[in-house]
Design a protein. Structure first.
Length: 229
């Protein structure tokens, strides 16, 4: 056993936990860029990187404007929480408003770039949920970073993934819907989510995806991306 302890000490990176985990009620937003694979196939890699960075820079500012915090960006996906400084009802409404502004931002992006230069729009899928999670800071070889863990995080992620199957670009849980003010009328369904043992009541709060295929890269598209910075 002593040898095993020495081995673990030698092989495991140092864990840097700056703050103890704290249970909080948060609103959780997952957003994913659709058509990303087609974009990767049809556009130069550097062009795709610039597109994603530009969108996520805008999304990050939107999240901050509504009192949220981006927890992680991975590839074509972004994950944010709301409520670190506000109570749950306000954080849910802030998350929903942030999601709506993200959709508006993508529409503006498409007007400037996508529709005219490669034949169709980029789209995003958003999942929204709320609940009790554990919040702390954690790091391995680098400085501690915000970490949020708990079943509500998994549910929010699965809701975002479910937007494809449901053909609706904004899916929220019933927990989120009940806290919205004002509350629009959205279709209700009960769905099964991957890895979640019980059915989830959800609301379809977005619109159907378009069915388009990205066209080949054009010099005009590359030029427009370049001059936009």
């Amino acid at each position: 056993m002593e040898n095993m302890d020495l081995m673990l000490t030698a092989t495991c990176p140092a864990v840097n936990a700056a703050l103890p985990d704290e249970e909080r009620e948060l609103a959780i937003l997952f957003v994913d860029i659709r058509n990303f694979t087609g974009l990767m196939e049809s556009q130069p890699g550097q062009t795709v990187i610039q597109i994603v960075r530009r969108l996520f820079t805008a999304f990050n500012q939107i999240v901050k404007n509504f009192g949220g915090k981006v927890v992680e960006i991975a590839g074509d996906s972004l994950y944010a929480v709301f409520g670190l400084q506000t109570e749950l009802k306000a954080s849910v409404n802030n998350a929903y408003q942030a999601a709506k502004i993200m959709f508006q931002t993508v529409s503006l992006f498409n007007e400037a770039y996508a529709d005219a230069y490669y034949g169709g729009p980029l789209e995003i899928g958003v999942g929204l949920h709320a609940g009790k999670v554990f919040v702390g800071e954690f790091g391995l070889d680098n400085a501690p970073q915000l970490q949020v863990m708990g079943l509500p995080v998994n549910i929010a992620s699965r809701l975002q993934a479910k937007t494809r199957e449901l053909d609706n670009d904004l899916v929220m849980s019933e927990e989120v819907y009940r806290l919205l003010e004002p509350r629009d009328v959205f279709e209700q369904q009960t769905v099964n989510l991957q890895g979640i043992s019980h059915g989830q009541r959800i609301r379809l709060a977005g619109k159907p995806y378009s069915n388009f295929a990205l066209t080949e890269s054009s010099p005009e598209m590359n030029y427009l991306i370049a001059i936009a910075g």
